[in-house]
Design a binder for this molecule. Structure first.
Ligand code: PMP
Ligand code: GLN
Length: 378
């Protein structure tokens, strides 16, 4: 048997969540809330099932949901997407990422990936015979070195993967970043795959800047989003992709041959739920409170940090606390101290170790305070 992904290891999210369960540790590793979604949303899904939305949905998704997404994106990003031809509902952002890469990356195409990077981009590029071109950012990952990105562009560059707000660092791109990127790709045929799953989770008066708001980027962009992050339903695996018509036509060919369509009753419920903008507009302040509870509680600890600007992740630097590499230190914290996190090196180019761990603060305050007590005692 010849493996198509010979280098691929079991995802760190599976490794750490399993270890957390095995050692009965507080699990701040894999990113998911430890609280339930809004009962109203659950009621809407149940109602949709009772009303008979139990057969296949249309290929690109339930049209009223696509219409409501278009209205939301128009309102928030000032960008127009035709619900009929430019939006597709997917099995989480994960399917959207997989389909976007599969539809456009040919053998030997180069795809620029900013590191540290979420773990599915590069294996998917490799599955298509593409060549991931990692551009390493520097800790504490508060800016992108666009000169390094420019230097990585070659005539074979087919796509650039952007993730904003950024997992694992919590970095939020600025207007100047997006403008620089717009400048860099002008007069090229480079596509942008913009993973914006944490778009509603931005802190401290900062603003999420979508590539959809920049005409020179929108025309070449596939934007991915996730209802899992926005409505505390990571287990539902519901997301979507936005793209101009010609790109979406190719995207849909692969979506059609991957899953064809997505869980129907949930789409009906989400369409209804999106009618209330406060269901997503308050998410930033909701998570900012949790970030602040966590960071205030570890203020006196020996860990160093730069406050996360967005996402529900916070990186902590343990330099001076231990000489263990981050994978070993994360394992030690889980097994010996009862607190699971994610070692950031697994997302870096050549697993560069900056002594950083990522903690998910999408948790009840009580969970965050218990975790903080463990960190304070180290
Ligand atoms: N992209 C990033 C950056 C993520 O953190 C996640 C995490 N779940 C995903 C994509 C996948 O989203 P989904 O769960 O909707 O498939
Ligand atoms: N996105 C989540 C995280 O970064 C995990 C998703 C997964 O388990 N694959 O923690």
């Amino acid at each position: 048997m010849r493996s198509k992904l010979p280098q691929n290891k079991l995802s760190i999210f599976a490794v750490m969540s399993k270890m957390a369960a095995q050692y009965n540790a507080i699990n701040l590793s894999q990113g998911f809330p430890d609280f339930n979604t809004d009962p109203e949303l659950i009621r809407l899904v149940t109602q949709a099932m009772q009303n008979g939305a139990n057969q296949y949905a249309p290929l690109a998704g339930y049209l009223p949901l696509r219409e409501n997404i278009a209205a939301m994106v128009q309102e928030l990003r000032g960008a127009t997407y035709d619900p009929e031809h430019e939006i597709c509902i997917t099995v989480g952002a994960s399917e959207a990422l997989y389909v976007a890469i599969t539809a456009f990356v040919h053998r030997d195409d180069e795809v620029i990936v900013l590191k540290p990077a979420y773990d599915t981009y590069e294996p998917t590029i490799a599955l298509q015979g593409g060549i991931p071109v990692p551009v390493q950012l520097d800790a504490p990952y508060t800016t992108v070195d666009w000169d390094a990105v420019a230097a990585a562009i070659t005539p074979k560059t087919r796509m650039l993967v952007l993730n904003n707000p950024h997992n694992p660092s919590g970095m939020v791109l600025k207007d100047t970043d997006l403008k620089r990127l717009e400048e860099l790709v002008k007069d090229t045929d480079i596509l942008i795959l913009s993973d914006e799953v944490y778009e509603h989770i931005v802190f401290d008066e900062k603003q999420h800047r979508s590539v959809a708001s920049y005409p020179g980027l929108k025309e070449r962009a596939l934007v991915t989003a996730s209802f899992g992050k926005t409505f505390h339903t990571t287990g539902w695996k519901m997301g979507y992709c936005l793209a101009p018509k010609a790109l979406m036509a190719e995207f849909n060919k692969v979506h059609q041959n991957t899953v064809f369509c997505v869980h129907h009753p949930t789409q009906v419920a989400l369409a209804e739920y999106l009618n209330e903008p406060e269901h997503y507009l308050n998410l930033g302040s909701f998570y900012q409170r949790k970030r602040d509870v966590f960071l205030n509680a570890i203020q006196g600890s020996r860990f160093r940090f730069t406050s996360s600007e967005g996402t529900y992740f916070q990186m902590l630097d343990y330099t001076g606390i231990s000489d263990l590499n981050d994978v070993a230190f994360a394992e030690y914290l889980t097994k010996e101290k009862g607190l699971a996190s994610i070692p950031v090196s697994v997302f870096n180019k050549e697993q560069r170790d900056d002594h950083l761990l990522r903690f998910c603060f999408a948790k009840e305050e009580d969970t965050l305070l218990k975790a903080a007590a463990i960190l304070n005692a180290i």
